[in-house]
Write a protein that binds this ligand. Structure first.
Ligand SMILES: [Zn+2]
Length: 247
């Protein structure tokens, strides 16, 4: 942030010295230092981000965002039981407030529950200042902790993966860790089960972090996430992958 404030001053000085191009370069570099880690989910310039599991064993971390969803979450939990797979649900606080029983159920079955902000402001979260970022994260943390009988989430995922230094500061202050992903099917924008699956499979290798979403419909008007998860778990099993939670 300091670089963003100092850069224009330095640029003006250079302009008066007849070195305008150098000034412009300094401004552009300062903005890149701010924008790149904000808009590139895997970038860790502002602090730690987990984008892959540290080991090269045939293990993956399955993460499911945007729930709880009264139709999808129970089906996903049953599928995970069926395949003895574990996942982390990155829940939205406002939805968890309406269905705290689904938060409890996910934990009871041995899954993880992560913080995915209170209201999921996916278009503007990248631009949030310290107060707004803190409010989104701490309110969700409180809702999930209450629904979990006092167990606080350990992981945070930013909506659409966009985080800025203010988000990172709050995350670290609360003792949370930022979770990103390495394999995604773009199920937030593509409703075709097979295309989503193919993208996911292409991104999966030992240590991959898989990103899925719940609460979406496919092109036939059926629930997308249970379809994708059923086929994905079969494929993972056939290929000797285990779905585990990070330590
Ligand atoms: Zn999300």
């Amino acid at each position: 942030m300091g670089a963003n404030l100092l850069a224009p001053l330095l640029a003006v000085v250079l302009l008066f010295q007849g070195q305008g191009w150098w000034g412009l370069s300094i401004i552009m570099t300062a903005h890149a230092l701010w924008l790149v880690p904000t808009l590139w989910p895997q970038c860790d310039w502002c602090g730690k981000v987990l984008s892959r599991l540290p080991d090269d064993r045939k293990e993956v971390w399955l993460t499911i965002d945007d729930g709880p969803d009264v139709e999808d979450t129970p089906q996903l939990l049953n599928l995970l039981d069926q395949y003895q797979a574990k996942a982390t649900f990155f829940f939205i606080g406002a939805k968890a407030q309406q269905h705290p029983e689904l938060v409890t159920e996910a934990l009871k079955r041995g899954h993880g529950v992560g913080n995915h902000t209170m209201t999921h402001p996916q278009y503007w979260f990248w631009s949030y200042g310290p107060r707004a970022a803190k409010s989104e994260i701490t309110t969700c943390q409180q809702v999930l902790t209450d629904a979990s009988g006092g167990i606080s989430p350990r992981w945070f995922r930013a909506p659409a993966g966009f985080k800025n230094p203010f988000v990172q500061a709050t995350v670290e202050k609360l003792g949370l860790r930022l979770a990103c992903w390495s394999a995604r099917g773009r199920d937030g924008v593509d409703s075709d089960c097979q295309r989503v699956l193919e993208r996911l499979k292409r991104g999966i290798n030992p240590g991959a972090i898989i990103l899925m979403h719940e609460g979406r419909y496919d092109s036939d008007g059926e629930r997308l996430a249970p379809k994708v998860l059923g086929e994905l778990l079969t494929w993972l099993q056939e290929n000797d992958y285990r779905c585990i939670l990070p330590t």
